[in-house]
Design a protein around this ligand. Sequence first.
Ligand SMILES: Nc1nc2c(c(=O)[nH]1)N[C@H]1C(S)=C(S)[C@@H](COP(=O)(O)OP(=O)(O)OC[C@H]3O[C@@H](n4cnc5c(=O)[nH]c(N)nc54)[C@H](O)[C@@H]3O)O[C@H]1N2
Ligand SMILES: Nc1nc2c(c(=O)[nH]1)N[C@H]1C(S)=C(S)[C@@H](COP(=O)(O)OP(=O)(O)OC[C@H]3O[C@@H](n4cnc5c(=O)[nH]c(N)nc54)[C@H](O)[C@@H]3O)O[C@H]1N2
Ligand code: SF4
Ligand SMILES: [Mo]
Length: 704
Amino acid sequence: MTDGPVPTHCPYCALQCAMTLTTTDVADAATTPVTVAGRDFPTNRGGLCKKGWTSAELLRAPSRLGAPLVRGADGALRQASWDEALDLVAARLRDIRSEHGADAVGVFGGGGLTNEKAYLLGKFARLALGTSRIDYNGRYCMSSAAAAGNRAFGVDRGLPFPLADLDDAETILLLGTNVAETMPPFIGHLAGAQAAGGLVVVDPRRTATAKLTDDGKGLHVQPAPGTDLALLLGITHVVIAERLIDEAYVAARTTGFESVRRSVASWWPERVQAVTGVAAPTVRRLARRLAAGGNTYILTGRGVEQHVDGTDTATAAINLALLLGLPGRLGSGYGTLTGQGNGQGGREHGQKCDQLPGYRKITDPDARAHVARVWGVDPAEIPGPGVPAIELLGSLGQPGGVRALMVHGSNLVVSSPNAAAVRRGVEALDLLVVCDFVLSETAAMADVVLPVLQWAEEEGTMTNLEGRVIRRRRALAPPPSARDELWIMHELARRLGSTAAFDTDPEAVFEELRLASEGGIADYSGIDYAQLDAGEAMYWPYPRGSAGTPRLFADRFAHPDGRARLVAVTVRAAAHRSAARGELTLVTGRLLEHYQSGAQTRRVPELLEAQPELRASLHPATAARLGIADGDPVELANGRGTVRGRARVTTDIRPDAVFLPFHYGDDQAANLLTSDAVDPISSMPEFKTNLVRVTSLAEAGAPA
Ligand SMILES: Nc1nc2c(c(=O)[nH]1)N[C@H]1C(S)=C(S)[C@@H](COP(=O)(O)OP(=O)(O)OC[C@H]3O[C@@H](n4cnc5c(=O)[nH]c(N)nc54)[C@H](O)[C@@H]3O)O[C@H]1N2
Ligand SMILES: Nc1nc2c(c(=O)[nH]1)N[C@H]1C(S)=C(S)[C@@H](COP(=O)(O)OP(=O)(O)OC[C@H]3O[C@@H](n4cnc5c(=O)[nH]c(N)nc54)[C@H](O)[C@@H]3O)O[C@H]1N2
Ligand code: SF4
Ligand SMILES: [Mo]
């Protein structure tokens, strides 16, 4: 640690904007002001968004947790020493395990954890706790795109090309992503396509990103929520019918064309129009633009992925890209935009219920043998596959389910679908342990809260949305009472009598991760801190003795035969229920100023002041019909719950929909209304389209 400027990256999203932190007086960590400056890097080119600029404010905020907290006999949380808190957690875990079995202990991780913490958490669950019940919030975020990518390409690296490649694009199709708010510096990479008249934004809302097409050159396509699969089948239909496909590429580099051809045969544009509301000529125009040649990219975000048919929708986007010959061609491609800071690395090292480090399958005997060797245990000691997040949360407090839960990096009572049910499950637990640095809504329900370090206080690595491994560096000392999660896992493992190694030094953990990942799909074995510190650009897979590449698929895909799979997908009638009279489709998503559940950004005054409370966006026609004026208090309700907020009347939303951000807690939590139905392939929940009724509270005498 120095008191000079420290190069690191933003704590929040997967763009991982480069920044420099400067502390003036390291000796006085309690009051040291930290200044943030953008740093030149290929993804952000010195730019930061509001969240990045204000990210240091939380380091010494009064809302930062101090000592460990333990729930006393009076039901209130009180301060405790580390020894008391850890002894208590270990004793309770032991009791619950011996009474109910190892699978009665669950672990919920996060895509914001460094690679080192994510890796050690997977090992901690399997060896120290002996449980199979581990999963993480990436299930809400990346799982459908990951499943589609694995199925088609044999590998799941969100962007198989560097972001800066987009600069030379002539056409970019953005499906369900609002990068202008979710990754603001990203829009610098859209300027080329925008100037070339080839920026196409598909979003039921007129978002800040959609408004980039207001110059009349690009195109904003506004389908009914949840109908993207039909739209993509229609575009694919036109591409095939008009013989616009890259035949040589399809023949040489893919399998499965015939089945896809048959599956889109009946999706003529007029039928697509009836389903999606997108005019048939627009469908044809889109297909022709995408096939016009030149540098073309197709990118997906949560808007098309967070649906019960999200894997199939992402697959349809990949099929279209493959038929056009985009993946692996220099200057073109398909990708998905990973969301959380380490959303990419977080899905590679074993936080997933079916996964071992290196993106290995936990059911594969060779994978188990390899990882067991690195861990120094018998393969039989590694539990089998667990259950995905929604199933895990659904089992909380249930007979045969999870009775003790450890949470590392998620505010799950706010961000999980059907949040009231999740809250009931959490209340039914025998033990909830939350590691966090703020008292999130989830931490506030815990029996034990363990205060951890923040990004600027720790060393480690993150893997950005390009699959590039970057260094997170310590710029200032943590508060004396906070502890590194690696140390917490080490101490708990020791108390639980585990004989496996739980190193507390991030570099030592990374060295172990390299070995554990070696030979796997996400192979990090050739990467080390020294090269990263020297500024080398390192993308996985990076096997020892060879080099990684920013651009995958140039010659082959990751399936054994080197070919990509075209997989026929189709619209399932039951996927989305249509609105009954008086119901609106609830679309959820993000605002620029807040991050996720808002646990962090609602504690930054400047961000909270900009977006202090839940606003429900309604179209003027809808608002008028419901007797709602801009700023009126409103209630949104369905069979699952009731949410209160204020109306924002705007033409940026379709008349048949209402938009809510999910950044608020208590009765402003959008997820009180969302369904926990999941995609059958990825187990990703349906966050984006649910049905609600909206009523005005203005006349009911609620305070205006
Ligand atoms: N400010 C901010 N930035 C963030 C985050 C944050 O919380 N706040 N979170 C980070 C994370 S973890 C993630 S995953 C990314 C997410 O980044 P994005 O995917 O860009 O974010 P969302 O706002 O969830 O969804 C994008 C858009 O999908 C649209 N949408 C909703 N339903 C549909 C549909 O049926 N079809 C189509 N085509 N579009 C639809 C919404 O209107 C929304 O504008 O952002 C990252 N960056
Ligand atoms: N309705 C609706 N719901 C959604 C979505 C949506 O679009 N609509 N999007 C979903 C998506 S894509 C995501 S990614 C999820 C995310 O939702 P959550 O999983 O709730 O993510 P965060 O709000 O970022 O919560 C992270 C918590 O961990 C803490 N934290 C940060 N870093 C660390 C660390 O290193 N260690 C520990 N122990 N704690 C840390 C933070 O203070 C915070 O309390 O929400 C999902 N929920
Ligand atoms: S775009 Fe993402 S990484 Fe960049 S400053 Fe904003 S939140 Fe941080
Ligand atoms: Mo996410």
